[in-house]
Design a protein around this ligand. Structure first.
Ligand code: SF4
Ligand code: SF4
Length: 75
């Protein structure tokens, strides 16, 4: 049996996010959305919809002006 591919790891720094949604419109999997909760700056921050759908492309990380996302994948 083939080992299951390792899950991508995404860290969303909710206190850095300003809810601009650049990452939301950039994600090719439509896998990010604004959540209901508000951070200390008063912004809604993003959340991942389904971790298993993420392909670790890194576009959300690249596009975020506030470095609020980190993403990597185990080898
Ligand atoms: S790494 Fe790619 S697929 Fe995963 S959430 Fe970010 S933009 Fe979407
Ligand atoms: S691009 Fe960055 S600041 Fe904008 S919503 Fe996404 S994580 Fe938040």
């Amino acid at each position: 049996m083939k080992p299951k591919e390792s899950m991508p790891k995404i860290v969303i720094y909710e206190q850095k996010c300003k809810g601009c949604e650049l990452c939301v419109i950039t994600c090719p999997k439509k896998n990010l959305r604004l959540g209901q909760k508000i951070n200390k700056k008063g912004y809604h921050y993003i959340e991942i919809v389904d971790l298993e759908k993420c392909n670790s492309c890194g576009l959300c990380y690249q596009v975020c002006p506030d470095v609020a996302i980190e993403i990597w994948k185990d080898k």
